[in-house]
Write a protein that binds this ligand. Structure first.
Ligand SMILES: [Zn+2]
Length: 402
């Protein structure tokens, strides 16, 4: 059985060990050591990386109590010098212990229990038993402040095996499942036992909460009956701020304003956009009325025409022209082409008359597309725009026959 050095000292990054066996894990070389400071993937925390006798360690797995160090290179033998990647370990300690403090804060301020934890490449998540609707922005900010209060007070952290009596005396946040190792955050200045949080855990933890640096809650969303909370700690808070700053900078350059003016300028741009879309719609209808007037003047009978839409929105334009012609008492078969696609709108005055829904369906099939609608107003479209004139002529012929 490998002696797990990381359990008693998460600050130990360089150590000597003896290779006791070499194995293969999923086609890769792996070695077993008599003692190791490498943390194997588990409890939501990824594996440590580093080197063994200079050979890169790319994964560490706990295989039924045996710790397999997966190597990117040939397996060394005998006495070896080992080095854990300190930056990666510190990042994992910050995220992992930050999670303990955040879970404690959710429990203390919202009575929300943590069901699971995931330490991702960029951000971390915890799943809570509290519905997302109860975790609005104010609630999240309050929990975040409570968790950071534990960080900023730089409280002592102890992670060790406890006796049955010690376990019984602690307000454990969850029941121990594997062994009696408990991570205890205490407040020496508090009354009573002074325990801020006690949670069974086999992960790597700092000596004091201050090493977490800071905790930033990024958001919460519905997750089953509960919620999933996304957060980052320590160095990742700085990285998240840098990313936010870069995104805000890009948006500010696009809108030609200072980052601080973005909320007001973006709101105004959205309002302007909506107003312009409305105006385009109004102009489209006005132009359709003019077009219908012009077409209605070209003699009696059904009006068959291919029109040119003045702006994106051919489907809306042909419909408006056809409807305007119908309002003038005419039967209208109107088509237009936009971006290589043909659009159709057939309309007639209400009351007795041919079923234009069926007529437009047949015309759309001729365009290799689909169509349909009511007897007096129907629309269709298809990709075979070269057949538009022929499809309209065929529809007019069918009208004359009916
Ligand atoms: Zn832990």
């Amino acid at each position: 059985m490998t002696h797990r050095l990381y359990l008693s000292d998460s600050g130990l990054l360089e150590f000597e060990a003896t290779v006791t066996a070499a194995r293969e894990l999923s086609g890769r070389t792996a070695v077993l050591l008599d003692r190791t400071a490498f943390y194997p993937e588990g409890g939501g925390q990824p594996a440590d990386h580093g080197t063994i006798a200079g050979v890169p360690v790319v994964d560490v797995q706990d295989d039924g109590g045996e710790i397999l160090h997966v190597l990117d290179g040939p397996a060394p033998a005998g006495q070896v010098a080992c080095r854990v990647d300190g930056a990666r370990r510190r990042d994992h300690v910050q995220q992992h212990h930050g999670q303990h403090l955040l879970s404690a804060a959710f429990e203390a301020t919202r009575s929300a229990r943590t069901l699971s934890f995931h330490l991702g490449e960029i951000t971390c998540t915890i799943d809570l038993d509290a519905p997302a609707a109860t975790l609005g922005d104010d609630a999240l900010r309050a929990v975040e402040a409570a968790a950071n209060d534990l960080v900023f007070r730089d409280l002592p952290v102890v992670a060790r095996e406890l006796s049955a009596e010690e376990l019984a005396a602690l307000p454990l946040r969850k029941a121990p499942t594997k062994g009696a190792r408990v991570v205890v955050v205490s407040d020496p200045g508090a009354a009573g036992v002074g325990v801020v949080d006690a949670s069974p855990c086999g992960g790597t933890h700092p000596r004091r909460t201050g090493e977490v640096g800071a905790i930033a809650v990024l958001g919460a969303q519905k997750w089953g009956a509960g919620s999933r909370v996304e957060f980052v700690c320590g160095g990742r808070v700085v990285a998240a701020l840098a990313q936010a700053r870069s995104r805000l900078g890009e948006a500010a350059r696009a809108l030609r304003c200072a980052p601080a003016e973005l909320p007001a300028v973006a709101a105004r741009a959205a309002e302007d956009g909506a107003a312009r879309r409305k105006e385009v719609e109004r102009l489209l209808l006005a132009l359709a009325a003019v077009e219908a007037e012009r077409l209605a003047g070209q003699g009696g009978g059904a009006v068959r025409a291919v029109v040119v839409p003045p702006a994106p929105g051919a489907a809306a334009f042909v419909k408006a022209v056809a409807a305007a012609l119908a309002a003038r008492g005419r039967v209208a078969l109107v088509g237009a082409v936009e971006d290589g696609r043909a659009h159709l709108a057939f309309a007639r005055p209400r009351g007795e008359g041919p079923h234009l829904g069926e007529l437009v369906r047949a015309a759309a099939v001729a365009l290799s597309g689909k169509g349909g609608g009511a007897p007096d107003l129907a629309q269709g479209s298809g990709p075979d725009a070269s057949r538009l004139e022929a499809a309209l002529a065929e529809a007019e012929a069918a009208l004359t026959r009916s």
